[in-house]
Design a protein around this ligand. Structure first.
Ligand code: SF4
Length: 203
């Protein structure tokens, strides 16, 4: 971490003091499935699909016993329903047998659980340090010069190498919020608290 990184982090950290609740935690398993459903769609659509799914199949055992086609119909509003329904059933089967893993590697061994889903689970359920590289985070991290990539997995790796572990979760929250509020696809650099030191500033 450079001096400039630390200065940018301190400014953004103070600017966005609140924590983000990515998705509601009704149960760890439901949270995991809801994050899986949120791939390539909005949190709202993912929650809606999770509500439909869990109202019919309330836990991992029920989902593991369901037909993929039944799951697919219930989660259709979240998009990519063919792949998501297969992965959700596979994950439910694995969790029914062995429980939900408590490591990144274990989580990522579940069908359809990628780095972002595993990181969200580590942060929100296990309260462990995690870099949550969603669309906003990846965009803002690259613009601030923290990373050289817009690939999610590479971005998360570069951040983990650049910043100490105790900053990962807070950095994830702050950059996500900054991306939602100011550093949009078309950034509002005039309103940005770090525009004076951001290498991508258009102000
Ligand atoms: S100065 Fe502009 S590009 Fe840089 S972080 Fe702020 S809004 Fe984003």
């Amino acid at each position: 971490m450079t001096e400039r990184d630390k200065t940018i982090f301190d400014i953004i950290d103070k600017h966005y003091p609140e924590e983000i609740s990515f998705l509601p935690v009704i149960s760890p398993f439901r949270f995991l499935i809801t994050v899986m459903l949120s791939a390539s769609t909005t949190d709202r659509q993912a929650e809606k699909a999770a509500e439909a799914l869990f109202s019919v199949f309330p836990d991992e055992k029920a989902i593991a016993s369901a037909d993929v086609s039944e799951i697919e119909v219930l989660i259709r509003s979240a998009g990519l329903s063919k792949a998501k329904s297969r992965n959700i059933k596979g994950t439910a089967e694995a969790v029914s047998v062995s429980g939900i893993p408590d490591t990144m590697a274990g989580l990522m061994s579940l069908p359809g659980v990628g780095e972002k889903t595993a990181s969200c689970y580590m942060h929100s359920i296990l309260n462990r340090p995690a870099v949550i590289a969603d669309t906003h985070f990846v965009r803002v991290a690259a613009r601030l010069g923290f990373t050289d990539t817009v690939d999610r997995n590479k971005s998360a790796t570069e951040i983990r190498e650049r910043f100490p572990e105790n900053m990962w979760s807070r950095l994830s929250m702050a950059l996500n919020l900054h991306g939602r509020v100011v550093c949009h696809a078309k950034p509002d650099c005039q309103s940005c608290p770090v525009s004076a030191i951001c290498p991508s500033s258009e102000a």
